[in-house]
Design a binder for this molecule. Sequence first.
Ligand code: PXP
Length: 238
Amino acid sequence: MGQVRLGVNVDHVATVRNARGGLHPDPLDAARVALEAGADGIVMHLREDRRHIRDDDVRRYRASFSAPLNLEMAATEEMLRFAREVRPHACCLVPERRAEVTTEGGLDVAGQRHSLASVVDALKEANIRVSLFIDPDPVQVEAAAAVGAPVVELHTGRYAEGRPGELDRLRHAAALTSGLGLECHAGHGLTYANVGRVAALPEVRELNIGHFLIGQAILEGLRATVAEMKRIVAAARV
Ligand code: PXP
């Protein structure tokens, strides 16, 4: 089995930055650290409400990094225009409104084949690799192949919640991708504790992980940060 690429999602660095309305911490600084640590690419989700990542973050990343950027976005005209402008290496189409979501949370590709096919085509024409974020459901995997997407990202959220049978659903959906010529990615809710069984699925080529990594980085990094602040404060009083 080949290596599995890791895409690091830096959205929640932007969440912390935005909590104070300033510039710190910069998600691009986090991207740099993640890449230095071995991440194979960076993931940013540009939401319609811009609640974490902003247009400028994506533009700055493209201006100063050459490592792959996977831009997660809704399949809307506005986002398509933006993707064509910034030209990320990949776009992952994700649901944003309730109507686009299947019962479990992935994109309802089977229910909106026509509109998704035109967005997939437009992105492919712009030389952007397209993936569709779907539930591990054979109907959705087949619909993704039918609309011409080269990649699917299987939603691991229910597996991460520990629901019974979810690993089997992921296994079957992943197996189906190779028969259909689709590249298989996976993500959502993955942690140190649960990633191994997904990473072991032979078809999975890429994992995209965000929330846990950023949360864990706070816990693992706080010791050094507090120690440094203590040092600076003490040094100011000698
Ligand atoms: N993949 C997709 C398509 C996502 O939308 C998200 C969440 O933004 C992730 C992966 C990462 O999920 P998490 O932040 O739970 O690791």
